[in-house]
Design a protein around this ligand. Structure first.
Ligand code: WQD
Length: 336
């Protein structure tokens, strides 16, 4: 099978590429490099020991997408490409709705025209209504609270409707919780542009001395130590979840939703402690006001992915932080 990874030069896509190639799949990476670097693909090739077909394409350019499918016989698409900064989506909703929705619609139109009907979508726990009880389950109600989350929810709905209109479509919607960590080689990892919005890449830069102190956004939540609790999952476990989803599509048609998490929550303070152990130094941190929109506790019920996909996250918070730190140190010398 030849698999197209849109956004394949990015964090989740590049790590998924390593697992697919090691399993024997041929892949094509499509990326517009708006939030990733060509150097990541070169380092990915170092990891897998072979060249990877790379298409520098913006999914909003439909003719360019058609050209990719005319030159590669694609059997399955893993769709990672999309803008994903929650705060930026609130400031620039039109940018997010256009980029994420138009890009996806172009992709699906070309796939339908070419008879390519296996699709894995990179969705997010952000689609869940915050009033649901934790752990979040796939049948829980949907209620995004920012444009980014709405684009994910709208694309899920598009895929549900497309699948209902044509039973030949085989689709999995993978709702990620909090992916962190990096490939054990340290050659690829999370590489956000600018000041990181998310906890672990921010902590990583404090550990590297690139940022002064960790800001803990609120320690008065109804959680064991007062700080926010999240379901952190190692990006390599997440990558293996995508491999299992690709295998699942060989024998299952229709559109299915799966949570990809560990089913266990860690607090901000617990993550900081794990990172201090990984980097071997104590990290400066200060308590700040809560971040608007943050929930106290979010983690996944992963029973369905375990039962249907055979998915179980294997790596714990210590390994997540150790691999993140290994990447952070090595990335200091990567020029792109
Ligand atoms: C984790 C915890 C913060 C930064 C987001 C997106 C979600 C998904 C994953 C794309 C929370 C606290 C954070 C900091 C802190 N992305 N925190 N100081 O908010 O759970 O999820 O990323 O799909 O869509 O919403 O992740 O890493 O931002 O926050 O105290 O500098 O760390 O309050 O409790 P979040 P996060």
């Amino acid at each position: 099978m030849k698999i197209l990874l849109t956004g394949g030069a990015g964090f989740i896509g590049s790590h998924t590429a390593t697992v697919l190639i090691e399993k024997g799949y041929e892949i094509v990476i499509l990326d517009d490099f708006s939030n990733s670097k060509p150097g990541a693909v070169a380092r990915l090739e170092q990891i897998v020991g072979r060249e990877i077909a790379l298409e520098h394409v913006d999914l909003c350019e439909k003719t360019a997408v058609e050209d990719v499918f005319s030159r590669h016989k694609i059997d399955c698409v893993l769709h990672f490409a999309g803008l994903k900064a929650v705060g930026e989506s609130v400031e620039k909703p039109l940018l997010y709705y256009e980029n994420n929705l138009v890009g996806t619609l172009n992709l699906l139109h070309v796939m339908a025209d070419m008879g390519v009907k296996k699709f894995v979508f990179s969705s997010s726990a952000t689609v869940y209504d915050s009033r649901n009880p934790v752990p979040f389950m796939e049948e829980h109600s949907i209620g995004p609270v920012n444009p980014y989350g709405w684009t994910k929810s709208m694309i899920e709905q598009i895929l549900l409707d497309l699948s209902a209109s044509d039973p030949e479509w085989a689709v999995t919607l993978l709702r990620y919780f909090n992916p962190i960590g990096a490939h054990p080689s340290g050659l690829i990892g999370e590489d956000p542009q600018g000041i990181p919005n998310n906890l672990v890449p921010y902590v990583a830069k404090v550990a590297a001395g690139q940022l002064a102190t960790i800001h803990i956004w609120g320690d008065d939540y109804d959680t064991p130590d007062g700080t926010g609790v999240r379901d952190y999952i190692h990006v390599m476990d997440l990558a293996r979840g995508h491999l299992l989803a690709v295998e699942y599509l060989k024998t299952h048609k229709g559109c299915k939703v799966f949570n990809l998490g560990t089913g266990k929550g860690y607090s901000v303070k617990e993550v900081i402690s794990a990172y201090e152990k990984a980097c071997g130094k104590s990290l400066p941190a200060q308590i700040d006001a809560r971040r608007a929109g943050d929930l106290a506790t979010v983690y996944a019920n992963v029973d369905l992915a375990e039962k249907e996909l055979g998915f179980t996250a294997e790596l714990g918070i210590e390994q997540m932080c150790a691999d993140s730190w290994n990447w952070q140190k090595k990335s200091l010398v990567f020029d792109e």
